[in-house]
Design a protein around this ligand. Structure first.
Ligand code: SAM
Length: 286
């Protein structure tokens, strides 16, 4: 029985026993591995970094999707950047009021292999008639499209290699340009305990670009090193000041049953630890 050792951090990392190797390939863009682990279910890694596991994916996909869509309240056009495993797409598709979902994923092999080996992630969402799947670089798409969106969700790999451009000033500026009035951008932004510089860089790039920017958190076990942060960039500062009552009404109105997200967590997730607030030069009432 071999092991899979994550290589995201020098000298620190997580190891999975590979109970069954399901697929391994060098795609046009990255090294992809999908294997079975008795405790975490099926696991996918790209270029040595754990991307998603069947056991804990619900936490990340529910928080990166329902927080912005419920905060927006009238999201009809949603853009997903990356997200090749289909987990974000599955959660977005649960919102019946969403009329159009555009997904821009650079690696078609990730989509094909996740459909085959991680079917519970997308759960048929790739067949949703509202979906327009674009195989392209996310930065090129937002920099050149004339389409506008209400919510943009960047579900990318880490800012190394392919994913690096999705953390660039150009990317955030292009996303801002692509947002309708009241629009919201959220992005995967790493674990601040291990990647604080990533959070600081995003904070600097969002300052002056969005009327309201902040971060929110959720602990995802296989994104090691503590809570994962999600960057938040909103065209309307009120999007982050909704009452618990409003969020509860909106959430109940969707009829969506979740395993992690709820309105209390939604509000609480924007409370950040002092060391993160200090790093992004925000007061504790951020
Ligand atoms: N949830 C994971 C995380 O937090 O690390 C990310 C999952 S998803 C598999 C990440 C996706 O981003 C991959 O499918 C990868 O191909 C895609 N990706 C990376 N760089 C990209 C780019 N520049 N444009 C579009 N998609 C990109």
């Amino acid at each position: 029985m071999s092991d899979y050792q994550e290589t995201l951090y020098e000298g620190y990392g997580q190891r999975f026993r590979v109970d069954k190797m399901l697929h391994e390939v060098h795609t046009e863009h990255q090294h992809l591995v999908i294997f079975e682990n008795a405790r975490m279910g099926r696991v996918m890694a790209l270029d040595g970094v754990i991307q998603t596991t069947e056991a804990d994916e619900f936490i990340y996909h529910e928080m990166l999707t329902h927080v912005p869509i419920l905060a927006h309240g009238l999201a009809r056009r949603v853009l997903i950047i990356g997200g090749g495993d289909g987990g974000i797409l599955r959660e977005v598709a649960k919102h019946r009021d969403v009329e159009s979902i555009t997904m821009v994923e650079i690696d078609s092999t990730v989509v094909e292999l996740c459909k085959e080996f991680l079917p519970e992630h997308s759960k048929g969402a790739f067949e949703d008639p509202r979906l327009n799947l674009v195989i392209d670089d996310g930065l090129r798409f937002v920099a050149t499209t004339d389409q506008k969106f209400d919510v943009i969700i960047s579900d990318s790999t880490d800012p190394i290699g392919l994913g690096k451009v999705l953390f660039s000033e150009n990317f955030y500026q292009a996303c801002r340009r692509c947002l309708n009035e009241g629009g919201i951008l959220v992005t995967q932004n790493g674990t601040p305990f291990m990647q604080l510089a990533e959070v600081q860089t995003t904070a600097k790039r969002m300052t002056g670009l969005f009327p309201d920017w902040h971060f929110y958190q959720a602990a995802v076990p296989t994104y090691i090193g503590g809570a994962m942060t999600f960057a938040w960039g909103a065209c309307d500062a009120d999007s982050r000041k909704l009452s618990l009552e409003t969020l509860c009404q909106r959430f109940v109105g969707t009829g969506i049953v979740t395993r992690y997200y709820n309105p209390h967590l939604h509000i609480g997730s924007f409370a950040l630890p002092q060391y993160v607030l200090q790093a992004i030069s925000k007061p504790s009432n951020g």
